[in-house]
Design a binder for this molecule. Structure first.
Ligand SMILES: C[S@@+](CC[C@H](N)C(=O)[O-])C[C@H]1O[C@@H](n2cnc3c(N)ncnc32)[C@H](O)[C@@H]1O
Length: 318
């Protein structure tokens, strides 16, 4: 894999895009391993650090990330050492150190010590969006799902610095979190903001938001729950719109809205910023207004600087 996603975390330590980490500081403890369900002969299933990154697959599906910068230093290491035991969900692993054992089920009420609406952010990066949202919404609980160790450590730093009690982080491959770790119908919102675009045609298959992803999101959402997405890549935005519109599990909350000159797709086409320049107006629309609860992250800031257009989408679980 030679491509580092254009919007990869800028704080990534020297990117090791091909070599999997031999040992991940985040999973060095063996508590979760001890709790891992046993195979028939009584042995724990082997946890092989980095196999997902090395093979690039999860159950024959290409994963949407490459493992970079798993090492922690300084304040991030200190934050992880002191606080991950209670702020990072201790997940029994399966075939890799970012995997989730298929028999493990997350208990939000036990974790947060209360019953409240749960919001899940997939690919939470450095944690800016989830931290902001958690502070604005103390009546909700938030789960930040991320594979990038320094991003998780930085999120933990922010949780601690702001005395936040309603956020937990989990280091795991998102499709596994959605397919088995979270109980069905247990989540009020799923957020996927600026997922890695994998914009070269040969890498498109690595995109997280594709047809197979919609049923996973639908599985965890309660009826009437909301799936929110944002991206700064027009082709990925069109793919997200197609995926959501084609799914029988979802209704586009903004179906037919923001057409013509009001459509972000029209704007992207006119500028030709990331697609062939054209004056063909988008007459279909279907784009959401900017979600009020989505704070401007450094990723989005970079997109603005590059002149890219921001697309928001929102689907309601039927
Ligand atoms: C471009 S960044 C955006 C971060 C953040 N949402 C923001 O807007 O600032 C995408 C993030 O998704 C994470 N990611 C990619 N694939 C993932 C997966 N399968 N499971 C969990 N996180 C993933 C990456 O590690 C990266 O931090």
């Amino acid at each position: 894999m030679s491509e580092t996603p254009a919007s990869a975390p800028e704080s990534a330590e020297s990117a090791a895009t091909t070599a999997p980490a031999a040992t991940d500081t985040a999973t060095a403890g063996n508590t979760a391993e001890e709790r891992a369900p046993r195979t028939e002969d009584g042995t724990a299933r082997p946890i092989t650090p980095g196999t997902q990154a090395a093979e690039g697959t999860y159950r024959r599906q290409t994963v949407s990330f490459v493992r970079r910068g798993t090492r922690l230093q300084g304040k991030r290491q200190k934050a992880w050492d002191e606080h991950s035991a209670h702020l990072a969900v201790d997940v029994p692993r399966h075939i890799a150190d970012t995997s989730v054992h298929p028999e493990y089920v997350f208990d939000a009420a036990a974790e947060f010590g209360r019953t409240a609406p749960v919001v899940v952010e997939i690919g939470s990066g450095l944690g800016d969006a989830v931290i902001h949202a958690a502070m604005e919404n103390p009546d909700k609980d938030f789960l930040a799902v991320e594979v990038y160790t320094p991003g998780l450590a930085q999120t933990i730093q922010k949780i601690v610095a702001n005395n936040i009690t309603n956020v937990r982080v989990v280091q795991a491959n998102a499709p596994e979190v959605l397919s088995s770790m979270l109980p069905a119908g247990s989540v009020s919102e799923v957020w996927v903001f600026f997922p890695d675009p994998w914009h070269k045609t040969k890498h498109n298959k690595r995109r997280m938001v594709k047809d197979a992803f919609a049923p996973l999101v639908a599985r965890v959402l309660e009826p009437g729950g909301t799936w929110r997405l944002a991206t700064d890549w027009s082709a990925y935005a069109e793919q997200m719109l197609e995926v959501g519109n084609a799914s029988e599990d979802f209704t586009n909350i903004y179906d037919g809205e923001r057409t013509g000159a009001e459509s972000p797709l029209t704007e992207a086409r006119l500028s030709g910023v990331d697609c062939e320049q054209s004056d063909e107006a988008d007459e279909a629309g279907g784009w959401a207004p900017r979600f009020d609860g989505r704070v401007l992250t450094s990723f989005e800031g970079k997109a603005h600087k590059a002149g890219r257009v921001i697309f928001d989408l929102a689907f309601r679980k039927n």
